[in-house]
Design a protein around this ligand. Structure first.
Ligand code: SF4
Length: 230
């Protein structure tokens, strides 16, 4: 298991909990705005061995409320299940961050009771994912993951980083109609710093102003239970 990073405590990554965030290296997507370029390129050193991670989590059990497993893309790891099992045995609620490209892995983790919260990115209209998933991802996989998560009964959020040209009002309406009835949809600000592909953003401002984000939020709200800007 290649741990490319650890955030020992976070107040913002697991809603309502003080959490530790574990970052696994490697991803099957190449989102130009990714803020973890070293993890995606697999160039970050392996910072921690698995036993060190468990030792740390055991030592913080009275201080931390939960653990977030993030990436990169955690569902690529064959050892993910045993990692989550072990963290559960230590006694932590678990949140998984995923790009939704591996629906069968997500379903298996849910069925085995190994995740308590899932945050799934929805990059754009699933029909346009070819731009992000340079190593392949069928739109049907994204749609399957959405359905599995919504039907699961566990807590979840879908989230979209609002970046032009991938996001527009019609795209947000399309995504929102796909996740119709979702408990929580998060629209995220784009921040143009330490991104995977700086050249992509060199020519123009690809972000949305606060007012423009509010317009996107208004477009999403009729479809979902709760939409917030983060
Ligand atoms: S899916 Fe996530 S980790 Fe992978 S490249 Fe995109 S933003 Fe980065």
């Amino acid at each position: 298991m290649a741990f490319g990073g650890i955030q020992k405590n976070s107040l913002i990554d697991y809603p309502g909990k003080i959490s530790c965030v574990l970052f696994l290296s490697g991803c099957n997507f190449t989102c130009p705005y990714c803020h973890n370029p070293d993890l995606v390129r697999n160039t970050s050193p392996v910072l921690l061995e698995e036993t060190e991670v468990y030792r740390f989590l055991e030592s913080r059990r009275t201080f931390l409320d939960g653990v977030v497993v993030s990436g990169g893309e955690p569902t690529l790891y064959p050892g993910l299940k045993s990692l989550l099992k072990k963290i559960k045995e230590i006694g932590y609620p678990l949140k998984l961050d995923t790009n939704g490209s591996n629906p069968s892995v997500i379903k298996n983790l849910i069925d085995e009771g190994l995740v308590d919260y899932i945050a799934m990115d929805i990059k754009t209209d699933p029909a346009l994912y070819f731009f992000f998933a340079k190593y392949g991802c069928e739109p049907a996989d994204i749609l399957s993951s959405i359905k599995i998560i919504m039907d699961s009964g566990i807590d979840y959020e879908f989230r979209t980083t609002c970046v032009k040209p991938f996001i527009s009002r019609p795209v947000i309406e399309k995504i929102s109609s796909i996740i119709k009835g979702a408990k929580l949809y998060v629209l995220q600000h784009f921040q143009n710093k330490n991104v995977l592909d700086p050249d992509f953003f060199a020519a123009e401002d690809c972000g949305f102003s606060e007012d423009a984000l509010l317009e996107l939020k208004a477009a999403a709200e009729p479809f979902v239970e709760n939409c917030i800007i983060r």
